[in-house]
Design a protein around this ligand. Sequence first.
Ligand code: AMP
Length: 121
Amino acid sequence: MIVSVPECLFCGIAAGDVPATKVADGERIVAFRDINPQAPVHVLVIPRDHYPNVAALVAAGDPGKGLLDELIAAAGKVAAAEGIEDSGYRVVFNTGPDAGQSVAHVHAHVLGGRAMAWPPG
Ligand code: AMP
């Protein structure tokens, strides 16, 4: 685990150096609105600590495992706060090139507020 990577955009957002519309600002977890929303609700949930993707977070063992639990719990809290708990939502970890991961700091997308198709594009 690396606590912060200077050139990482999401480390910058977590630190408050890069502006973002935050909806949660916790000790270990930060959530903010996606700059290019793909649904009426599109929030990104990240740990403050830098891991390149969810696989690296899991591979780190503890404290990574505890952090993953916190991330998922935070995603659920965001969904509840955004009023999409009952209508439904997706929690997505894009991981690697084929998934279209564009920012190498683990993040959960919380998407909802409209019906979504499956399979994803
Ligand atoms: P991914 O493609 O899964 O790596 O997701 C990265 C997400 O970060 C994309 O949905 C982008 O729209 C979003 N994003 C990129 N830059 C920012 C930013 N400065 N503030 C908020 N969201 C961003």
